[in-house]
Design a protein around this ligand. Structure first.
Ligand code: AVJ
Length: 327
């Protein structure tokens, strides 16, 4: 090809063939037993939109329960947090729930600097638009970041900080990883800074299972979107019709487990990894865990990360909780 002769052409060519930063993790996951894929791969442009759809599903009680808490207690939470906060939201997505709290904070401080942090630039653009429209007293400064690279961005946030980690996003991490993650956040904070953490709570499997396997099949699409993404970005050839979405409640580990189960034997080639993967009939690729907690579990995790739990708020059914903790 002619463009290979000049340096710019070579740069473009390298762009086209160099694997994305997550390639190594995919290689490791698909060559281990059982096979796994990193949950963060859910959140490309399409996946973030599908997750947004999930939050509106009748079966997916998490977002509505958390919003109920925020609506009911935003004033009380703002009062307990105190004045003068710079609000940082980890994994903000489109910040659909955050405005209620930002508005309550704006009643107690002149200006509310808001730093939404997310892996998806598209979601951040929507977050900015939404917040600028609904909370005019807030100044929005979006941060694109992958938490795998640490929380150094917290150092750029001046003054007293209130870190939001809502939606039970913490639930994707096993307890040790959750502690490590919150400890890294804690390291960037000063004494007195606050953390508002959302956690889903343990409840009957008859409520949990449909929340992760909805009648409309949106969660199934969300799960399979990982394979669609690998087909596109790693030039793989997964046949999506050969996979079924599987959601299981594991009471011993207190978590929902999400899998892609292979219906028939298939061999998949991933061109950018120069990897062939054999999948047996019934074999599962583990794509996600979603931990469910009791209050003592949350207290332990916070404490081991260096935080002190100050107060917990619940929705009327006690299905979800918001915890305020101090660094
Ligand atoms: C974004 C991690 C909170 O675990 O409920 C929703 C992701 N996965 N349906 C969750 C998810 C399947 C969600 N979190």
């Amino acid at each position: 090809m002619a463009i290979l002769g000049d340096p710019v052409g070579q740069m473009i060519a390298r762009e086209l063939i160099s694997p994305p930063p997550y390639a190594e993790e995919v290689l490791r996951g698909l060559t281990s037993r059982p096979k796994t894929l990193p949950f963060k791969l859910f959140y490309d442009h399409v996946g973030s939109a599908l997750f947004e759809e999930i939050t509106a599903l009748p079966e997916y009680y998490l977002s509505r329960s958390e919003l109920e808490i925020l609506r009911e207690f935003a004033g009380e939470i703002a009062e307990t947090v105190g004045p003068g906060n710079n609000v940082v939201e980890l994994g903000s997505g489109t910040a659909a729930k955050t405005c209620t709290l930002l508005q309550a904070l704006a009643r107690r401080q002149i200006r509310v600097p808001y730093f939404p942090v997310d892996i998806s630039p598209a979601a951040l653009a929507e977050a900015r638009q939404r917040v600028e429209q609904q909370c005019p007293l807030t100044s929005v400064r979006p941060v694109v970041a992958d938490f795998g690279n640490g929380f150094g961005f917290l150092r750029d946030v001046p003054g007293r900080r209130l870190v939001l980690y809502l939606g039970s996003s913490i639930g994707n991490f096993d307890p040790e990883a959750a502690i490590a993650m919150l400890r890294s956040v804690h390291e960037e904070l000063a004494p007195g800074d606050a953390l508002l953490l959302g956690t889903d709570l343990i409840k009957d499997a008859s409520i949990l299972l449909p929340a992760y396997d909805d009648a409309q099949g949106v969660t199934a699409e969300f799960n399979k979107n990982i394979l669609r993404r690998l087909n596109r970005e790693l030039r793989a050839n997964f046949d999506l019709s050969l996979f079924r979405h599987l959601a299981r409640w594991n009471p011993h580990s207190s978590r929902m487990e999400i899998y892609l189960q292979c219906k028939r034997p298939q061999s998949v080639h991933i061109r950018m990894l120069q990897l062939s993967v054999e999948l047996a009939a019934g074999e599962r690729i583990h794509t996600e865990n979603s931990y469910k907690y009791t209050l003592p579990m949350v207290e332990t995790i916070l404490c081991r990360a260096g935080f002190a739990l100050q107060q917990t708020w619940y929705d009327s059914r006690k299905w979800f909780a918001l915890h305020l903790a101090r660094a």
